[in-house]
Design a protein around this ligand. Structure first.
Ligand SMILES: *[C@@H]1O[C@H](CO)[C@@H](O)[C@H](O)[C@H]1NC(C)=O
Ligand SMILES: *[C@@H]1O[C@H](CO)[C@@H](O)[C@H](O)[C@H]1NC(C)=O
Length: 440
């Protein structure tokens, strides 16, 4: 009895600590605690282009029909250190209330970015995730898109309390996030505001997956706004408290601001779900778990289903953020470079320390995953395994932070038959987005 007890007394803590050790080791690996920053060499200087005027652009979306990349930016670097709830920066709501971020369009031919004038919209704009979907052809025959954008507006009570210089009463709501919808005719320099959507379930929004202009999926990346529990949420992958919401705006709701909408939770139980991307099939959704370094491939609910069905999980060695799907326009019977691209941080473990530092150079890694084509692919109807390789990395000098990366294929005729692409990389705290030529 005594020996048994003694054995238990020794073994239980051992097993527990071993389990904890494994758990922490995996998480510390993803967060990069043991990793050194590196630079992928770019031998030809023409193979790396800095896209000027793209400050702190979180999300990139390639729109193939117009050969352009849509992005949402802060424009003013200091905003991110004053007011950005997604990084638990809730210091200066007054600065947040005057922030005017931008929607921009990068022409992939000229690699120049232009800022869209926002028509009918002059409120605070603290940008984060976006989605871009083709709009039905208008009567005038215009080709247009809807741009849906997360907007982290500070709550008016918090702005007033801070502006008064007095103590902020406890319990004051600090963040008042919403989703803005814009309509943009391709090729023009403006986007018209369509509506602002708020719902109590949209609490810590990160990214959007638009089904159509009135139906979209939103991730809430954390349960806690800040504090110790938020840190726990970042570090412990078992803290699966974030949620994914489906928002629907009835056709009858015409109001520009606060139109009534329905929202339901369509996915819960994931750790730090974050960026969203479209998969190859219209009902496929890519869901990034940032601090877990994982991407889930899921299917939107259909029929009577009420939740997203996860069909596959890809685990990466680093944190990741907004997944994107690259559809290879030059694929042939023997070579198809289509795959999933993920950008993340080499050492997410250092992020909290680096965020307040305007000079910080935050190292990045970009991953590229392609399905492994097996002889009997019918046995893995859900897509089977993926093979992943590191496509690009930087120590933060050429690009500081990466939250999004998209591939734009180069015509093999221009590259002596070789398969290459421009990889566009941008980050929530990057001075400029970049494009770098890579081999597929
Ligand atoms: C398909 O593309 C690859 C890569 O460009 C090329 O090597 C191959 O010859 C092409 N195959 C066919 C059948 O055209
Ligand atoms: C091919 O199919 C067989 C039978 O369904 C299965 O046992 C095998 O693992 C599959 N191989 C691959 C590479 O998927």
């Amino acid at each position: 009895m005594t020996t048994q007890k003694t054995a238990l007394a020794v073994l239980v803590p051992l097993i527990l600590s071993y389990g904890l050790h494994l758990l922490l080791t995996q998480q510390l690996t993803v967060l990069g605690a043991f990793r050194k920053e590196k630079q992928t060499p770019v031998d030809n200087p023409n193979d790396l282009v800095v896209i000027s005027g793209t400050v702190n652009c979180e999300d990139l979306h390639y729109h193939a029909p117009s050969n352009s990349i849509f992005t949402a930016c802060d424009d003013v670097a200091a905003t991110r250190r004053a007011w950005f709830p997604p990084l638990a920066v809730l210091i200066d709501p007054v600065a947040g209330s005057t922030a005017r971020g931008s929607l921009q369009v990068i022409d992939t031919k000229t690699m120049k970015s232009r800022r869209l004038e926002l028509v009918g919209f002059d409120g605070p704009f603290v940008t984060h995730g976006i989605d871009v979907i083709s709009a039905p052809k208008s009567e005038s025959g215009d080709e247009a898109v809807y741009i849906l954008a997360v907007n982290h507006v500070p709550h008016i009570d918090y702005v007033k309390a801070k502006a008064s210089g007095l103590d902020v009463p406890s319990g004051t709501q600090r963040a008042d996030p919403r989703i803005e919808t814009f309509y943009h005719v391709l090729g023009t320099d403006s986007a018209s505001h369509v509506r602002t959507t708020k719902h109590p379930l949209i609490k810590t929004p990160n990214d959007i997956f638009a089904i159509d202009s009135r139906s979209f999926i939103v991730t809430n990346d954390h349960f806690y706004e800040d504090g110790l529990m938020r840190t726990v949420e970042d570090i412990i992958r078992q803290s699966t408290w974030s949620s994914t919401i489906h928002v629907r705006i009835p056709e009858t709701a015409d109001e520009r601001v606060d139109a009534p909408c329905d929202a339901t939770v369509v996915l819960s139980g994931l750790h730090n779900n974050n960026g969203l991307g479209h998969g190859p099939a219209p009902d496929q959704i890519l869901i990034g778990s940032a601090a877990s370094g994982a991407v889930r491939i899921g299917r939107l609910p259909k029929g009577a289903e009420t939740s997203i069905q996860i069909t596959e999980t890809l685990q990466f060695e680093s944190s990741i953020d907004n997944p994107s799907y690259f559809s290879d326009p030059y694929a042939n019977a023997t070579f198809d470079a289509s795959g999933i691209v993920n950008a993340g941080l080499t050492r997410a473990v250092d992020l909290a320390e680096a965020v307040p530092d305007p000079e910080a150079q935050i190292a990045v890694m970009v991953w590229y995953s392609r399905p492994v084509l097996s002889d009997n692919s019918s046995s893995d109807a859900e897509g089977g395994a993926y093979e992943t390789r590191l496509l690009f990395e930087d120590d933060g000098q050429r690009i500081s932070t990466a939250s999004s990366a998209v591939l734009v294929a180069i015509d093999p005729k221009l590259e002596q038959g070789r398969r290459k692409a421009w990889l566009y990389v941008s980050g929530f705290q990057s001075r400029n987005a970049i494009a770098v030529k890579v081999d597929l």
